[in-house]
Design a protein around this ligand. Structure first.
Ligand SMILES: CC(C)(COP(=O)(O)OP(=O)(O)OC[C@H]1O[C@@H](n2cnc3c(N)ncnc32)[C@H](O)[C@@H]1OP(=O)(O)O)[C@@H](O)C(=O)NCCC(=O)NCCS
Length: 389
């Protein structure tokens, strides 16, 4: 068998025109636009249109797209009933995965993979995910889900569903930015899982379920949950450097497998592609500072800053998107086990873009394994159990 790369590192798995990552320079582009230029200048809805269609929308297209999304707001009744029956300690991402799976059964286009049907389904999944995330957070904390309403930006609507009141324009702007920064990231693990599912010609909902399942892991989206839990655990900026030293120092006597365990790593640091801090992390760091100060959570930001300094002093690992986003989530009053759900609310735009691209020019994704098991051998007849026993 030819060369293989553990974890498919640097392997080109398909051609894509959606998102480019420059790992050496820490730069990220959606359809050619640099993320720092898009974030704050185009709304999350406009960025979603860009990812799906290749160009920013005209004013007319933007209005029509916002209206199309607004028209799909509201949870299907069976999904709401499902959420009400789930055990209250069900992890938010498990609740979301299960809800998207059920939503397929009530989607009128579930049996069609035509582009128009997929665009309609993509709009519905775009609002299903935030509506489910918000409803589940309220239900599991003993509150009534907020009835759907039509008006308002995607970010403001999501926050209103979550908190039961309209957000201030500033908080809505922060959420819009967070969603935009998370909207896509080339062939990250959840997007790749989605493309593998799409390539079998499974339906969009099935592929999004695969993506959500993959996002959950602590080496991918689940890391933001671990970051917030860790920062709260450290608690005091003066303890941060010691904590980092202990956690990294414990790795010295470990085997490679043990060093791979998330408990032996610093969540929010390291990346398969980036060799330096990426642009999203830089924007999120600034947002984390101003949000933490505005909401009286400056101490957690200080802990994060001291952890960041200690990591820079002790390693050459870049900070990743999950580190400072966790501080922003804390300022938005989002608990640790809910952080990855916010990631999903943003990333669904990219998942849908990649699904549309894969359906449009599809070939089954089916790699090979470099077989390392026993050489071909014969079974001894005395080893076989009797078929009648
Ligand atoms: C993101 C991540 C999974 C990338 O993994 P990868 O490309 O397969 O890199 P590797 O796991 O091979 O790591 C390369 C080396 O850096 C070390 N390393 C990578 N990330 C590390 C971290 N967060 N803390 C400590 N060491 C880390 C590895 O232990 C390894 O060194 P070793 O060979 O001495 O054990 C990895 O950096 C990680 O686990 N980060 C923490 C979780 C996280 O923040 N995930 C979100 C990513 S956006």
């Amino acid at each position: 068998m030819a060369d293989w790369k553990a974890g498919l590192e640097d392997v080109i798995a398909a051609r894509s025109g959606i998102c480019a990552v420059d790992g050496a320079a820490g730069r990220l582009f959606y359809r050619g636009y640099e993320i720092g230029e898009l974030a704050g200048h185009a709304s999350y809805e406009e960025v979603t249109w860009l990812l799906w269609h290749g160009e920013l929308p005209t004013a007319e297209e933007g209005r029509a797209f916002a209206a199309a999304l607004e028209a799909t707001r509201g949870l299907p009744a069976p999904v709401l009933e499902l959420l009400e029956r789930l055990p209250r300690d069900c992890h938010p991402l498990d609740a979301l995965r299960t809800a998207v799976s059920l939503a397929a059964s009530v989607d009128p286009d579930v049996r069609s993979n035509d582009r128009e049907a997929n665009l309609r389904k993509a709009c519905r999944v775009m609002t299903l995910i935030p509506a489910t995330v918000a409803a589940w957070q309220r239900i599991r904390t003993g509150r009534e889900p907020v009835p759907a309403r039509r008006a308002g930006s995607h970010a403001a609507w999501f926050l209103a569903m979550l908190n039961g009141r309209d957000p201030s324009p500033e908080v809505a702007r922060v959420m819009d930015l967070v969603l935009t920064l998370h909207a896509d990231h080339e062939f990250n693990a959840s997007t790749f899982a989605l493309r593998v599912a799409v390539a079998t010609l499974a339906d969009l909902h099935a592929a999004v379920v695969a993506a959500i399942a993959t996002l959950k892991g602590p080496k991918h989206g689940g890391a933001n949950e671990d970051v917030l839990a860790m920062l709260r655990d450290i608690g005091d900026p003066a303890r941060a450097a010691g904590y980092v030293g202990e956690r990294l120092g414990a790795r010295a006597g470990m085997s490679r497998a043990e060093r791979g365990d998330p408990r032996a790593r610093m969540p929010g640091f390291g990346h398969r592609v980036y060799k330096v801090d990426d642009a999203r992390a830089r924007v999120l760091r600034g947002m984390a500072k101003s949000m933490a100060e505005a909401t009286g959570r400056g101490r957690l930001f200080e802990v994060a800053e001291r952890v960041y300094d200690a990591m820079k002093a002790g390693t050459d690992l870049p900070v990743n998107v999950d580190f400072f986003s966790a501080v922003v989530y804390d300022a938005l009053d989002i608990p640790p086990d809910f952080c990855t759900s916010i990631f999903a609310v943003g990333r669904v735009a990219g998942w849908c873009a990649h699904a549309l691209e894969q359906y449009a020019d599809n070939r089954l994704i089916r790699p090979r394994a470099d077989y390392t098991g026993p050489a071909p051998r014969r079974m001894l007849t005395s080893m076989a159990s009797s078929p009648t026993s």
